[in-house]
Design a protein around this ligand. Sequence first.
Ligand code: ATP
Ligand code: MG
Length: 206
Amino acid sequence: LSARGNWHSRRRIGIMGGTFDPIHNGHLVAASEVSWVYDLDEVIFVPTGRPVFKLDKHVTNAEDRYLMTVIATASNPKFTVSRVDIDRPGITYTIDTLRDIRAQHPDAELFFITGADAVAEIMEWKDAERMWDLAHFVAVTRPGYSGPEGAHLPEGKVDTLEIPALAISSTDVRRRAAHDEPVWYLVPDGVVQYIGKHGLYRRRSE
Ligand code: ATP
Ligand code: MG
């Protein structure tokens, strides 16, 4: 599956889905690393609408999460941001994300990038079996989260890629912002400024 240096006839597109509340440097390093190893032409960041696994939690409004994602990815010519999930009403299911991106890029080879912790939940996703036909799945590891070993996954469908360890999570960034602790260098500078300017994560949100 990993294919650097090979000649590819089809455009290769990574899809990095996430709540991005806020986007942080762990997300960016993961996307950059997968892009390099899999020789991708583009990585599309897709902020979720209403994430199915976070229905019980407060999530920052989609437009703020979208704008922070745009700011964080603006300097990388290979990174783009899609509104498909935030513009689709209702709960976000990965199968819908894949179908929408597929419709926009009918000839591309798609690589869905997800954390190893999220992969464990893949089998419970809506229409899980049909997702394997739409994209390759790349599970990226991060420190402190267990890999997909215990998960029940179809053979050869999910690749695991170790990325440089960045023990950053959006949860920790929100907690820091709520306590007026620094978030510099955990998120891109523009995102630090956006959080301050709009007063995001002031208390209550964890
Ligand atoms: P939260 O703490 O709110 O759950 P998060 O940091 O996990 O946020 P998400 O938006 O949920 O961020 O993550 C999107 C994807 O990026 C997930 O698949 C997640 O596993 C992966 N990911 C998040 N942080 C890292 C990191 N530091 N290294 C590698 N992958 C990461
Ligand atoms: Mg998470």
